[in-house]
Design a protein around this ligand. Structure first.
Ligand code: ADP
Ligand code: MG
Ligand code: MG
Length: 195
C-alpha cells in the first residue's frame, strides 16, 4: 500500500512538471506587467529539478519525496516562489510523518507559506489559490471550475506582498502568476487521492 502511495506521488509530481513546462511562457507573461517576467522560467527550472531528483534518488518514503521536492525547489527556483513552495513541501513532509490524512498535510503546507512569506490570503499571491483549494477539499467541492474562478478572482485584488506590491493599485486587472501555477490545486488533488 505505501508503495502505491509513493509511486502515485512521484507520478503526480512528474505530471505537475509537465503542466508547468507546457505553461511556462504564459506564466512568465503573467509575471511581466506586475513582476519581473520570470515566474514560468523559475517554476519550470524548479519542477524539472524535482522530477530529476525523484527519478535519480528514488525516495522510499512520503517524507523523503517531500523533502527532495523542497530541496530541489529551494535550490533551483531562484525567485521568491522557490523558498515559499519549498517551505510548503518541507512542512508537508514533516506532517506526513505524523498523519496520513489529507487535510492536516495541506494545512501544514499553507501555514508554511504564510509564515515564510509573512502573508495571508487576500494579498494577491499563491495563497489565493492554495486557500480555496484547501477549502474545497474540506467541503468536497474541488472542481476545476471553482479553482479556475479563484485564480481569475486574483485579478480584482491589490498586491500587497512580493514584487507585485511595487506596482500597488496598478496590479488590479492582472492575474497573479503564482496563483496561476496552481501548485496548491495540484497538491490538493494529489494528496486527496493518495491520503
Ligand atoms: P520573484 O517575484 O522573486 O521573481 P516568482 O516570479 O517566481 O518570484 O514568483 C512570484 C509569485 O510568488 C507571485 O506571483 C506570488 O504568487 C508569490 N509571492 C511573492 N511573494 C509572496 C509572499 N510574501 N507570500 C506568498 N506568495 C508570494
Ligand atoms: Mg518573478
Ligand atoms: Mg524574479
Amino acid at each position: 500500500m505505501a508503495e502505491e502511495l509513493i509511486s502515485k506521488l512521484k507520478a503526480g509530481f512528474h505530471w505537475e512538471t509537465g503542466k508547468i513546462d507546457q505553461n511556462k511562457d504564459y506564466l512568465s507573461e503573467l509575471d511581466t506587467p506586475i513582476g519581473d517576467g520570470d515566474h514560468g522560467n523559475n517554476m519550470s527550472r524548479g519542477m524539472d529539478a524535482v522530477s530529476e531528483s525523484l527519478a535519480s534518488k528514488k525516495p522510499e518514503t512520503i517524507q523523503d519525496i517531500f523533502k527532495l521536492t523542497a530541496m530541489a525547489l529551494i535550490s533551483k527556483v531562484g525567485g521568491a516562489s522557490g523558498p515559499l513552495y519549498g517551505t510548503a513541501m518541507m512542512e508537508m513532509g514533516k506532517t506526513s510523518g505524523t498523519t496520513s490524512e489529507a487535510l492536516p498535510i495541506l494545512e501544514a503546507g499553507i501555514a508554511g507559506i504564510e509564515k515564510r512569506g509573512n502573508s495571508k490570503p487576500g494579498e494577491k499571491t499563491m495563497l489565493d489559490e492554495w486557500a480555496p483549494a484547501i477549502e474545497a477539499i474540506k467541503t468536497g467541492s474541488l472542481t476545476q471550475g471553482n479553482l479556475d474562478a479563484a485564480v481569475e478572482a486574483t485579478k480584482g485584488l491589490v498586491a500587497t506582498r512580493g514584487r507585485a506590491s511595487y506596482v500597488g493599485e496598478r496590479s488590479i486587472g492582472h492575474i497573479d502568476p503564482g496563483a496561476m501555477s496552481k501548485i496548491g490545486e495540484g497538491l490538493s488533488r494529489l494528496i486527496k487521492e493518495v491520503a
